[in-house]
Design a protein around this ligand. Structure first.
Ligand code: DGL
Length: 259
């Protein structure tokens, strides 16, 4: 098989990276994708960096066994924990793309109030995020908001309804008085609860995620390395998951299709 015809690997600790894959399918409709979700070990965000890094390397090895030409770590937590070491090991053989909270577009909006960054406890504690935040702290007030427990709800397919609404209301309500300039979704699971979140904010606050930026980066890397497919349509998606359950595979495809 010609190298440019090989699939692109996508990885997340669970179903969250599907939100990034969805953008990739739109931007690169001729590419084939292999998605691996490690739902059996999710959430990563409350593990140690060493544990999350080890699991990420195992996942990348699995994707490599599927003959991928590039890998996207579609998980902010796994990116924080492992991207430097992953690039050391794999970037001589293929492009390695990661994701980080999209602070830049939120700052550029120049809206009044705090920029709330929702992410896992690990993402917010790691150096990668703190360096990023320091870059913008003179331009905007940031409010890092760890959201333990939210990934678990989404992994069960709960993206709407009372449990998610209550979780988000409890987090957001106390911040409303000070004013919220924008919300950055710094975990790839969270775009699936964007509708519920937006409703709680009367659709008045911009909610930003890093999916499109990540996928544009993937496209640039494929072109630079002569790895882009010549096909313009007809790409296919195959989903694998470490949980031995049809339900999680069904949920993954359902999330891929949902608006
Ligand atoms: N989707 C992952 C992220 O972007 C969730 C991490 C987790 O498993 O806790 O951070």
């Amino acid at each position: 098989m010609k190298v440019e015809c090989r699939p692109i690997g996508f990885f997340d600790s669970g179903v969250g990276g599907i939100s990034v894959l969805k953008e990739a399918v739109k931007l690169l409709p001729g590419e084939d994708f292999i998605y691996f979700g490690d739902s059996n070990n999710a959430p990563y965000g409350i593990k140690t960096v060493e544990e999350a890094s080890k699991l990420t390397f195992e996942a990348v090895e699995f994707l490599i066994s599927k003959n991928i030409k590039a890998v996207v770590i579609a998980c902010n937590t796994a990116t924080s924990a492992a991207i430097v070491d992953l690039r050391k090991k794999y970037s001589i053989v293929m492009p390695v793309i990661g994701i980080e909270p999209a602070l830049k577009p939120a700052v550029e909006l120049k809206r009044k109030g705090q920029i709330v960054v929702m992410a896992t406890p690990m993402t917010l504690a790691e150096r990668k995020f703190n360096n990023l935040m320091n870059r913008y702290k003179s331009q905007a007030q940031m409010y890092p908001m760890p959201c333990p427990g939210l990934v678990e709800l989404i992994e069960q397919g709960m993206v709407e309804g009372e449990a998610v609404e209550k979780y988000l209301r409890d987090k957001i309500e106390p911040l409303k008085e000070e004013g919220i300039a924008a919300i950055v979704l710094g975990c790839t699971h969270y775009p699936f609860i964007k509708k519920t979140l937006s409703k709680l904010l009367n659709n008045e606050v911009p909610i930003i995620d890093g999916s499109l930026g990540t996928v544009k980066q993937l496209k640039r890397e494929l072109i630079k390395s002569n790895l882009a497919s010549e096909k313009r349509e007809g790409g296919k998606v195959t989903v694998y998951n470490s949980l031995d359950s049809d339900e999680i595979i069904k949920l993954s495809y359902k999330l891929l299709e949902c608006e």
